[in-house]
Design a protein around this ligand. Structure first.
Ligand code: ADP
Length: 364
């Protein structure tokens, strides 16, 4: 239904979207996931005909967006990050305005009624949009996207700025729409795509770094392996114990002290949940765990795990060594960015190696 081929977008000398290709099948809900600045909005804006591309092709149901934008736009309902609402209109006026703008041929009263029913805004139909809550405004934005019954619906960061209850409602609404539509949902929130999407495409620095079924990525995330643990007892002995414990791939004593307790960052081997073993081993020696905090996984962690699970710890060790060597004089943010970039480079390198292809540094 949606096909993107070798799409590139440069803003001056800055490459925001760097030769990406992907397809979305009819009836799929696909999450387009990436950190801020990854290139999600740029891709969505090209896909919906709001922006031109520097190179590459994008088509909806075989209609090329660049050569036939009007034909392609008829198939798309779009909710941009900032919904294009006219705040002084009532919901009724706004939806009628959009109905006319789109040149919709469906029976007006029945269609608008059905749209309002779907997004549950019948009770505010005669209200001025300015007076509505953020959650209701977002629903009105979705209603606008549904006018004309488009086959494809594209949501750009649909839950930003909503409260937790509104977030759940909007996610349920999107999931419901997926029954009859092809949906792309762009977001920087991993849990959002996990909750709603069939497939996840991860974009980072303008490149696609993973394109996987949600359950595959969820398995990786569920296997959460990094946590900080606060243990009361002698730091040197505890560190030695942790370093030699089977199942732990990395341990580091952090510069945090709480009475006689110290904090350690522990990372277990892939597929190992080390927490119970840790608890009993430490308890046997009379060293008490007084805190444990899961560190979660960054998008970089996830995509590298997805790219190649078996090679992961090798890569991570290489990366850590390289970062340590480069560490002098850099702040934490720069280091984190570097970690992301280096993990990405390694993922690319492994992929190329597995295909017996030579990758030049310039390609990375
Ligand atoms: P995302 O939606 O993933 O946060 P964007 O597509 O908005 O990412 O941005 C991708 C990159 O392109 C970012 O580095 C951003 O600063 C840059 N960018 C976006 N829009 C413009 C623009 N109009 N002019 C110049 N650079 C832009």
């Amino acid at each position: 239904m949606i096909k993107i081929e070798h799409l590139v977008k440069n803003y001056g000398s800055h490459c925001a979207v760097d030769d990406i290709s992907f397809e979305v099948e009819t009836g799929e809900i696909v999450g387009f996931l990436g950190p801020n600045g990854a290139g999600k909005s740029t891709t969505m804006n090209i896909l919906t005909g709001y922006l031109s591309s520097t190179a590459g092709k994008a088509s909806i149901a075989g209609i090329d967006i660049l050569s036939n934008p009007i034909g392609a736009k008829k198939l798309i309902g779009y909710l941009p990050e900032q919904p294009p609402l006219y705040l002084d209109m009532t919901v009724e006026e706004y939806l009628n305005f959009n109905y006319e703008l789109k040149g919709c041929k469906l029976d007006r009263a029945a269609h608008l009624e059905q749209v309002c029913e779907t997004v549950k805004i019948k009770d505010v139909y005669r209200k001025v949009i300015r007076t509505l809550s953020k959650g209701y405004r977002q629903r009105v934005g979705i209603a606008q996207a549904l006018i004309g019954n488009p086959k494809v619906i594209i949501f750009d960061e649909p839950t930003v700025g909503l409260d937790p209850k509104q977030i759940i409602e909007i996610r349920n609404l999107i999931r419901g729409l997926g029954k009859d539509h092809t949906v792309i949902l762009s977001t920087h929130i991993l849990q959002e795509v996990q909750a709603v999407c069939d497939r996840i495409i991860i974009i980072n620095k303008g490149k696609i770094v993973a394109n996987e079924k949600t359950e595959n990525i969820s398995n990786v995330v569920a296997n959460n392996r990094r946590f900080n643990i606060k243990i009361s007892g002698p730091q040197k002995d505890i560190l030695a114990l942790l370093k030699n414990m089977q199942g732990i791939s990395y341990v580091e004593a952090l510069a945090e002290r709480d009475g006689d307790a110290y904090t350690y960052m522990v990372e277990s081997e892939f597929g190992v949940d080390i927490r119970k073993k840790l608890f009993f081993t430490l308890a046997e020696r009379g060293w008490a765990i007084i805190g444990m905090e899961s560190l979660g996984m960054s998008l970089e962690d996830i995509f590298i795990s997805v790219v190649d699970k078996s090679e992961e710890s090798k890569v991570r060790t290489n990366v850590r060594n390289r970062i340590t060597r480069r560490q002098r004089g850099k702040d934490k943010n720069a280091l984190e960015q570097e970690l992301g970039a280096t993990l990405y480079e390694d993922a690319q390198r492994q992929r190329a190696e597995s295909m017996n292809t030579v990758v030049e540094d310039d390609d990375l």
